[in-house]
Write a protein of this length. Sequence first.
Length: 372
Amino acid sequence: MPPGNAPPPASSRRRWRGRLASAGALAVIALLAAMLPASANNGTIWTTLPSMPTARKDLASAVAPCPPGQTGTCVYTVGGGTFATQFATVESYNRLTNAWSTLPPMPTPRAGLAAAAAPCPAGQTGTCLYAVGGGVTAGGSSQHLRVVESYNPVTNAWSTVASLTTARSGLAAATAPCPAGQTGTCVYAVGGWDGTNALGTVESYNPANNSWSTVRALALPRTSLGAAAASCPPGQTGTCVYAVGGYGNGFTGAVESYNPATNAWSPMAAVPTPRANAGVAATTCPPGQSGACVYVVGGNNTGTVANVDSYNPATNAWTALPSLPKPRNLLAAAAMQCPPGITGSCVYASGGYVTDISGTVEALDPPPPPED
C-alpha cells in the first residue's frame, strides 16, 4: 500500500501529580497556570505551537542546526503535499523564537519521503539534513524515487548526493553508527513501497564517502513505517535502529531493532495499536524511566488514530501516553529541547491529515507514566 493511499481518514503541560498541602501552595500553582499559554491550561500535556506556514501531509521531519542568522537547533519539515500535488517545501521551527522560517525548497518535489540529520557529505562541514526517497504522482501514475538531497544549514543550500539503490516512497530513516566495517555515522533508509510491493530493503548512507550500502533486510517487509535510533535492547550494546509499525500484510504493530555492529535485526515488543503513517521519534523516556525511548504518535489503521505510546528499549515494553488532541495520520515527528517555559525534551508532531490537510504543530512534553 503506497503511503499516500492509506485509508483517509479513512495543548499543554505535564499534569500536576499528587495533592498540594497548603492553600499558599495552591495559590502559587494558580498564578503559574495563569501565566501559561491557553493550550497549557486544558489538563493535557500537549502544547499547540504556531502552525507550519504550509499545511501538508506525507511530509518528513528531522532536527538539525538552525539556518543562517539563527542559533540552536530547529525542527525541519520537508516535502509532503496534498492528495494531488507534491511539494518541495522546506520550513524550520525555532523553539527560541517560537516561529517558522521558509527556506530554499528541495530541488526535487516529493511526498512520502524520509528525513534524517547526519554529518554533511564529504567536502562540507557540520551537520546536514538529508531528504531521502519519496514519490510523485502525475497524470494518474506514480513514480517512486531514488533521489537523495542534503541541506546545509551553514550555507542555506541543497546538494544532490548519491542516490538510493532501490527507488521507494513510504520509507523511514534514522541516524546511527555505520555498519560493521565502516566508521562514522550513517543514515539508514528502511522499508518502503516500490509501486508494487512493500519492501524489507534497508540501506545505509555513509557521508564520508558519499555511498550507499545494502545491509540486512527487515524480517517483515513494510511501507508507511517509522524509524528512530535509541539504545540497543538488553543483551546488546551501542545504538540500534528501530523500525516501527507500518503496512505489510495488513496494518502491523511489529517492531524490529537493527544492530549495526552485528548487521542483524531482532524482533521486539509490538506497538499496542497496530498502525501505519505514524510519527516516530526518540527522546528522553517519561519520568520514572531512564534512557531514551521511542515515541509513536498518531497514524492510521482502519481509521485515523490519536494514540501515543513510548517504547523503552531497556525493558522492551510500551507505555501508553496521553493522546493527540485530534487524531492525525501521515504526519511527521521529531524530537528536540522543548520551547521556553517547558522543561526537558519534546516530541514535535507536524502536519498530517485529519479530515483535511493540516499544518498543525504540537509538542509533547513526556508525562509520568499513567498511574495504576
